[in-house]
Design a binder for this molecule. Structure first.
Ligand code: ADP
Ligand code: ASP
Ligand code: MG
Length: 418
């Protein structure tokens, strides 16, 4: 029978009751004859608790030691879930990332998976054992424990599905699929039966945390069949119903794709904007500003630069809010005087709202409707960036929810509107 990888998020394994419930669900699949690899997250709130403990001791935690601490949440859930499965009379065995050997690079706190050893998992699966692999964690070449960044167990699951050439990777979470926007912000949001891989990539990279961006990248690269579905439904619902529920991520070669112009609105509160004003405009300026930022390992998102008639330019860019202080430091100490900027101005109270849809390729007027909607709400746009299938705007963060709701409505994304 087929090999299925299932990932269960924090809320789905958030209590002993829920863990027992997940075990029932896995048992149903196993008893139907499937070979099962299960990737649980830590119990909800646990990773936050562990990181807070670390910060209580060291305000900026040592990255290596932070991973030693933060990775432990998943070790608890694999063990508990294995026990719950054994209670149901099934064979189950848990493995940490280190035991499997999920090999990653050494970028602590945001490591990338390089390779997954299959040997142990394959042997267990052959013996009919359900294999539980701790999500979010790996090991670098020197044996150091690494973690994959917040939300990283999605990536563990998809990478395992790719390595094991699984039939399907099922991401069980506390919503029943991918919605037109976060249903916590817009209760009228509608579940998508399917979403193209490209749209999902944009939605994830622009802030929809339902799937970690790297898991979507992996899925695309290895063409993993990926579905997001609910772990809150009845565990004993018929398997065929469950298998067809939620949201399927589709690829170009799939037929019958749902083809809406706009598929969703994403948003991110984790942004900060930095501007160097009146920088003399000459070749090499962008490099002199962003080179030291890259050397400090800070990711830059949007960049805007426009030379004014007087030969100077305001150079603005955005970074993750967590890296704002570090970026301001680098610019203040190494860059501002060097490039003869008039001032260094920062704003950590911004957010990014994005309209995503593959139909933008063939439809005009999406940008103008976006701008009109925001203007009617009196929301000032600070930055704009576009790609073939998305339009992103930076606005003051107090307007974020208003902007998301207004755009969701303007593009007719609510339930019953289609
Ligand atoms: P898990 O712990 O299962 O990994 P997450 O909290 O990481 O769950 O992701 C699920 C959450 O993602 C949902 O509860 C929802 O609030 C949020 N979310 C954000 N954008 C979307 C979206 N477009 N569709 C569905 N959920 C979304
Ligand atoms: N437990 C980790 C986190 O909270 C990984 C995950 O949930 O995917 O970020
Ligand atoms: Mg998650």
């Amino acid at each position: 029978m087929s090999l299925i990888v299932q990932k269960y998020g924090g809320t789905s394994v958030g209590s002993v009751e829920r863990i027992k419930n997940v075990a029932q669900r896995i048992a149903k699949w196993r008893r139907a004859g499937h070979r099962m690899v299960i990737v649980p997250s830590a119990m909800s709130g646990e990773t936050n608790r562990l990181i807070a403990l670390a910060k209580d001791i060291q305000p900026v935690p040592d990255p290596r030691e932070l991973d030693v601490v933060a990775s432990t949440g998943e070790q608890v859930t694999i063990g508990l879930l294995a026990m719950a499965l054994k209670q149901l009379g099934l064979q189950a065995k848990s493995y940490t990332g280190h035991q499997v050997r999920v090999l990653t690079d050494s970028a602590f706190n945001k490591a990338r998976i390089i390779e997954i050893e299959e040997r142990r998992i394959r042997a267990d699966l052959e013996a009919g054992t359900i294999v539980l692999v701790a999500g979010f964690q790996g090991q670098d070449e020197l044996g150091n424990i690494t973690t994959l960044g917040r939300g990283g167990s999605d990536t563990s699951a998809v990478a395992l599905a790719a390595a094991l050439r699984a039939e399907e990777c099922l991401i069980y979470t506390d919503v029943d699929g991918v919605y037109t926007t976060d249903p916590r912000i817009v209760p009228e949001a509608r579940r998508l039966k399917s979403v193209t891989f490209e749209e999902m990539l944009e939605l994830s990279s622009l802030g929809s945390k339902v799937l970690q961006i790297r898991s979507v990248e992996f899925a695309g690269k290895y063409r993993v069949r990926l579905r997001v579905l609910s772990s809150m439904s009845e565990a004993d619902q018929p398997l065929a119903v469950e298998a067809a529920s939620g949201t399927l991520i589709t690829y170009e070669e799939d037929t019958n794709m749902e083809q809406a112009v706009i598929s969703g609105i994403a948003f991110s509160r984790d942004e900060a904007k930095i501007t160097l004003t009146r920088v003399p405009d000459r070749p090499g300026i962008a490099y002199q500003i962003l080179g030291p930022i890259a050397e400090a390992n800070i990711d830059v998102d949007m960049i805007i630069q426009n030379t004014s008639v007087d030969g100077t330019t305001d150079f603005s860019f955005t970074v993750h809010r967590n890296e704002y202080a570090k970026a301001m430091d680098v610019l203040g100490s190494k860059v501002k005087n060097h490039v003869a900027a008039q001032a260094l101005v920062g704003d950590p109270k911004i957010c990014k709202v994005s309209v995503v849809g593959i139909g933008m390729r063939s439809h005009v007027g999406i940008a103008s409707l976006t701008f009109r909607t925001l203007s009617e709400e009196g929301i000032n746009i600070q930055m704009i960036s576009t790609s073939e299938i998305k339009i992103s705007v930076v606005v003051e963060d107090k307007y974020m929810e208003l902007a998301v709701r207004a755009l969701h409505k303007a593009f007719g994304l609510e339930q019953g509107a289609a």
